[in-house]
Design a protein around this ligand. Structure first.
Ligand code: DLL
Length: 435
């Protein structure tokens, strides 16, 4: 189902709307007279009136560090008293980011999330088992706003207490599951351990995001839960989940809600957009957000853009799944390694479970990458270790130290985003038996 006419607007109509919205955004930023106004004036922009979309690549960018430096309210374009809600993320570096929403922003969020849920086949008759965390994190409430706008029922179970989740999925028979991909695997494994197979689970679709995942991980989720597993992307700074979403018929692509969130993919210097189809850093402009409008926010997330017609009839630009982050590339003995490549190799092996952990051991000059996996069922690990070592060497051009344990031996994240990388710089190993 296409929820909103804007999703199938002609590209000309959308471009005209975007240009009007860009002009009004620039006027609002200048009137708010904050950091972004200073940067706009320094770039010679005194008003929005004459700007076109072609001028965007010449306008100044903002980054997370700007939000940190103006924490907590310095980037708001409205008085604190005009806020209807706040969210935040702790981020990998531990510095908090706080974002604010007006009432109109919350309505916008509900609208883009309703589009995302409807694209996944969720209808006003659906029951959504929403296992994203409720709280400062945008996942739980973001889905909740979308479900309300769509008219679907939502169970706000939040993350954690897995035995209760299984019980309620069994008793209430929801058709849709919303949670991180790692938690979907966790739920699927717990069902399997309880002897409940995919055919006995009522769920038909899952909408998963908030952390990187691969096709191999999707295959595991779909097999464990008997669902179609779709990707949803977003970030607190832009609105939360609902910036882009895969639909049942969009192939592997995610439609970007570009009438509200204009996207560019920038080259590694952050200067120029790369051609469609090439990997670039996603950079968003929030045309319509009131409380925290951002012009050209550089996300650090790497993906490709595509404008070919989509079989689902939606006309917006599409993005690939997130391939990695500009800052998550590991350099191991001179070889550049993206964690997602390792995930693809591990999970493509049917003998390996979906849980894994990478340990980057930099205690000596000879950096070592330990790849810790887990068997899907009790078996002899030796042939699996040999297979994975060879496959990783071929894919990465690097010899990794592969360890494969019995099912259930690696630590799992029940609440929050999965931790896939631990750095071992000194002291005790992050996992026992790693020496
Ligand atoms: O994770 C919002 C969200 C909630 C998205 C629920 C999807 C579902 P933050 O906590 O601010 O917001 O983290 C944003 O998470 O810059 C990406 O690096 C990563 N991320 C989000 N969605 C995906 C995804 C939410 N589908 C950061 N694939 C982003 C890969 C993702 N990475």
């Amino acid at each position: 189902m296409i929820f909103d006419r804007a999703e199938r607007m002609s590209t000309d109509e959308r471009a005209a709307l975007q240009q009007r919205r860009l002009r009004s955004l620039v006027d609002r930023l200048l009137a708010a007279d904050g950091l972004q106004a200073t940067r706009l004036r320094a770039a010679g922009v005194a008003g929005g009136a004459d700007l076109t979309l072609d001028d965007l690549p010449g306008l100044p960018t903002v980054r997370k560090v700007d939000l940190w430096e103006h924490y907590p309210y310095g980037m708001l374009a409205v008085p604190r008293t005009a806020l209807a809600g706040l969210h935040g993320s702790s981020g990998t570096s531990g510095r908090p980011t706080i974002v604010g929403y007006t009432e109109a922003d919350l309505r916008l969020w509900g609208q883009v999330m309703a589009r995302s849920l409807a694209g996944a086949g969720i209808t006003p008759d659906s029951l959504i088992h929403n296992a994203y965390g409720y709280g400062l994190f945008t996942g739980g409430l973001g889905v909740h706003h979308g479900a309300r706008t769509l008219g679907a029922a939502v169970l706000p179970i939040s993350a954690g207490t897995t035995s209760r989740q299984l019980r309620l999925i069994t008793d209430l028979a929801p058709d849709a599951l919303t949670c991180t991909p790692s938690y979907a695997v966790y739920l699927g494994e717990a069902f399997a351990a309880a002897g409940v197979g995919p055919d006995e689970i009522s769920l038909t679709v899952g909408v998963h995001g908030a952390e990187p995942w691969t096709d191999a991980m999707r295959d595991k989720i779909e097999a464990l839960l008997g669902i179609r597993a779709l990707d949803i992307y977003g970030l607190s700074e832009i609105i939360g989940p609902g910036v882009a979403c895969q639909t049942l018929d969009s192939g592997s692509w995610l439609h970007v809600q570009e009438d509200h969130f204009y996207v560019e993919a920038l080259d590694p210097n952050g200067d120029t957009p790369v051609p469609d189809g090439e990997l670039g850093e996603l950079t968003f402009t929030t045309f319509t957000k009131q409380a925290l409008p951002l012009l050209r926010y550089r996300t650090g997330d790497l993906a490709r853009l595509d404008r070919a017609p989509s079989p689902d009839g939606r006309t917006s630009v599409k993005m690939s799944r997130i391939v990695g982050r500009a800052d998550d590339m590991l350099v191991v003995r001179g070889v550049n390694v993206y964690p997602s490549e390792i995930e693809s190799v591990l999970l493509a092996d049917p003998a390996v479970a979906a849980q894994y952990l990478l340990v980057l051991d930099t205690r000596t000059a000879q950096t070592r990458l330990v790849v810790c996996g887990e068997l899907a069922a009790d078996a002899d690990p030796a042939p699996v270790v040999a297979r994975l070592s060879a496959a990783l060497h071929e894919r990465l051009g690097l010899r990794c130290d592969v360890r494969v344990g019995a099912p259930g031996t690696l630590p799992r994240t029940e609440v929050g985003k999965a931790v896939r990388l631990r750095r071992w710089e000194s002291g005790e190993p992050p996992l026992p038996d790693l020496a």
